[in-house]
Design a protein around this ligand. Structure first.
Ligand SMILES: Cc1cc2nc3c(=O)[nH]c(=O)nc-3n(C[C@H](O)[C@H](O)[C@H](O)COP(=O)(O)O)c2cc1C
Length: 368
């Protein structure tokens, strides 16, 4: 495979300018093994589980580089517990969620997951951060939110530290705290997302960040888009949706089952939508009865994070556990249109790299 090099990939020792976000240990490891960099998302992992997850990635990749993504959203309650939040949920909201369970005949959840057993609080985040400080992970990226203190502590441990942003306004808040890279994530992205498209956001961020490397994210699932991102000044790309339908994602804690995989394969670029119904913040998901029900005129206005998540935690867990159609869904971006068959991560990276080279060559031939 031909090498595609930028300043950022050279610094991290990558063969291709592709970073891949995943909640799956096996996907994370496979991305690094294929010459990119796997980024393991710890949002769903309690602090005591994190060392085991990092060790499981290391076991597969040895000393090669990988990253962790952590979310530290602002304004989470310190003094509350899951029980106190549950006890004070607005009755009309609870009634609505019960009515959805009844309408779609969702059996009770038997599993304990992040959604029904954890409350996002500052001490939860501090525990996660501590686990990263004590680890040998090479790179840390902040998803939603960060603090200068957290960045400083990670940098003092020698970590390369970056942050995802969806709006130039976010960079103004982050510019003096010593970040090593920025991920400019456009609205097309799966997961929590903003309103500015990748094609607009990436060159805008490249222009304002000076020497900081920028990675492009949001809707990218074809190598011609990677070539375009590099042409816009990005030093790499950061993909999430692409990995959901890979062979490696069919196993492990966050395994994607056959029903969900088939939804991903049949979805086109117009089949995702944004809902506040899962976490309380805007999240792009594959469109389903879940997104429709939270957009219905009869639906109550979703609660803010972390209360919405507590409200729907049991229902989300059981929809996943029992693969309840038509409610079954996952965060996914508009680039889901490129997911058409189950492949290994290595095959996906090979195809993306070839398409990138073709795209770069196609553009180069235009120059007179
Ligand atoms: C299933 C899924 C879960 C995600 N969870 C997180 C997360 O916990 N933290 C985070 O920073 N980004 C998360 N993201 C967003 C990714 O980091 C990435 O920015 C995004 O997927 C890029 O756009 P794409 O999905 O179009 O490739 C998630 C994305 C997906 C698809």
């Amino acid at each position: 495979m031909a090498k595609i090099a930028t300043r950022f990939t050279e610094r991290l020792g990558l063969e291709v300018p592709i970073l891949g976000f995943s909640h799956s240990v096996d996907v994370t490891a496979a991305i690094t093994k294929a010459g990119g960099m796997g980024v393991y998302g710890i949002a769903h992992d309690a602090p005591d589980k994190i060392p085991g997850k990092i060790a499981a990635v290391r076991e597969q990749i040895g000393g090669q580089p990988f990253a962790i993504d952590i979310m530290i959203p602002k304004g989470m309650p310190e003094a509350e517990t899951l029980e106190s939040v549950r006890a004070n949920l607005p009755p009309d909201h609870v009634k609505y969620v019960d009515s959805l369970a009844e309408k779609y005949q969702v059996p009770a959840a038997t599993k304990k997951t992040f959604f029904n057993s954890i409350l996002r609080t500052p001490s939860y985040f501090e525990g996660q951060l501590q686990a990263l400080l004590n680890s040998d992970v090479d790179v840390v990226a902040f998803g939603i939110g960060l603090t200068a203190d957290a960045v400083n502590r990670l940098k003092a441990e020698g970590k390369v530290v970056g942050a995802l942003i969806g709006n130039p306004r976010h960079f103004k808040a982050y510019q003096n705290i010593g970040l090593d890279f920025i991920v400019a994530q456009g609205s097309e992205a799966g997961g929590h997302t903003g309103t500015i498209g990748t094609m607009v956001l990436v060159p805008e961020i490249v222009q304002i960040v000076g020497d900081l490397p920028v990675l492009a994210a949001g809707g990218i699932g074809h190598g011609s888009q990677i070539a375009a991102a590099l042409a816009m000044g990005a030093q790499g790309v950061w993909l999430g949706t692409t990995w959901l339908s890979t062979e490696e994602h069919a196993r492990g804690d966050h395994a994607i089952g056959d029903k969900l995989r088939d939804k991903l394969f049949t979805a086109g670029s117009g089949d995702t939508g944004i809902t506040h119904g899962s976490s309380g913040k805007p999240q792009r998901q594959i469109r389903s009865a879940w997104t429709e029900e939270w957009a219905a005129p009869t639906a109550p206005r979703p609660l803010p994070m972390p209360y919405q998540h507590t409200l729907v935690g049991d229902l989300l867990t059981s929809i996943d556990e029992h693969e309840v159609d038509p409610m079954l869904h996952t965060p996914a971006g508009q680039g889901v249109t490129w997911s058409k068959e189950r492949q290994s991560v290595a095959q996906v990276i090979k195809t993306l790299s070839e398409q990138t080279l073709e795209g770069l060559e196609r553009a180069r031939k235009l120059a007179r």
